[in-house]
Design a protein. Structure first.
Length: 316
């Protein structure tokens, strides 16, 4: 299966691949047409740039400049759920340069080395980076299993590599490096305090700009088809319930618990799958909203609350 996928991607196909965070929709990052197909399949606004996935720092350093601070972060967290936004290097060889579409006109590129054997083998065999956003329609819930990918994009892509369920279940944390400053553009699979421990200072808050620096920064994102209500202690009326720890509503017409023991990693890994399952239950049973229990904001809770807040945000 993997050699076929590598061959397909080398020829310009778009194929979903497993990573430790969520499934990514992979294309040869040097192939403009293939990258354009990603935007088309996802229905993604062109101003939202993509992450390129590399085997590690050596491959990344062909395309972006590592400051000493960036180097420290890559050494501490790669391979793993941390994306670094770094200055794009002027390219020497036009044919293997990262497509300008990938970074949507910015002079930076977002790079990450996934901690997943299949993704690593695929990128290694291709010999250059793959661009890969989460493998779902733009604005909807990210996929953590192959069947989520099929449901969202099945007829729009060339294949899905089955790597089972994603271990982390939340997208990578995105950190932008400007010289000796690091700012957190998106909370994610690496905890803020772990990043700060490595850089020895606090992360700067991302600047609010008109064009979002990360689509995960759009107010409404990661959204199920029904509405979401936050900080709920039980389901009311026509609601399904998303519980956490002891906050559970056994009376609700549909209910799932992110982690009965209150474990943040388990909650992160379950978040998107449970949102999808409750969304489907709402469709089946004619419910019109998901009520979500409060989640402590510490550690991975920051990223979980970020995704829930966007799922609950008013939609256009
Ligand atoms: O865990 C992940 O990061 C997953 C897996 C597949 O690797 N990927 C993912 O990609 O979440 P996506 O496209 O759904 O989110 C990528 C984020 C977007 O919010 C995008 O705006 C931001 O990265 N981004 C990409 N390039 C950027 C750049 N040059 N500057 C700032 N933000 C950038
Ligand atoms: Mg996404």
């Amino acid at each position: 299966m993997l050699p076929d996928a590598v061959d397909l991607i080398a020829k310009g196909a778009i194929v979903a691949m497993p990573t430790e965070t969520v499934y990514g929709l992979a294309a040869d990052a040097a192939n403009d047409r293939a990258v354009a197909r990603i935007f088309e399949a996802k229905g993604r606004p062109q101003f939202n740039p993509l992450i390129i996935h590399v085997t590690g720092k050596t491959m990344a350093a062909r395309y972006v400049d590592f400051s000493p601070l960036a180097e420290r972060l890559a050494e501490a967290f790669w391979p793993g759920p941390l994306t670094l936004v770094l200055p794009r290097k002027p390219s020497v060889d036009k044919d293997s340069a990262v497509s300008l579409l990938v970074s949507a006109g910015l002079d930076t590129i977002a790079v990450r080395a996934p901690d997943h054997d299949v993704a690593q083998a695929l990128i290694g065999a291709l010999g250059r980076p793959v661009a890969a956003p989460s493998a779902n329609r733009s604005g909807t819930i990210s996929p953590t299993t192959p069947s989520h990918v099929f449901q969202s994009l099945g007829d729009r892509i060339d294949g899905v590599i089955d790597g089972g369920a994603c271990a982390i279940g939340l997208e990578s944390a995105i950190v932008k490096i400007d010289g000796d400053q690091a700012s957190l553009l998106r909370p994610g699979g690496v905890r803020r305090d772990d990043i700060e421990a490595v850089i020895g200072k606090t992360l700067v808050e991302a600047k609010k700009s008109a064009a979002p620096q990360a689509p995960g920064m759009l107010a409404s994102h990661y959204a199920p088809s029904v509405a979401v209500r936050l900080d709920a202690d039980r389901a009311e009326g026509n609601e399904a319930f998303l519980g956490f720890g002891k906050m559970m509503d056994a009376e609700a017409k549909a209910a799932l618990n992110l982690s009965v023991s209150g474990d943040m990693r388990e909650a992160a890994a379950n978040l998107f799958a449970h949102l999808r399952a409750l969304d489907a239950a709402c469709q089946d049973q004619g419910l019109d909203r998901i009520a979500a229990a409060p989640i402590p904001n510490s550690g991975l809770g920051e990223a979980i609350n970020d995704r829930l807040a966007r799922a609950a945000a008013p939609r256009d």
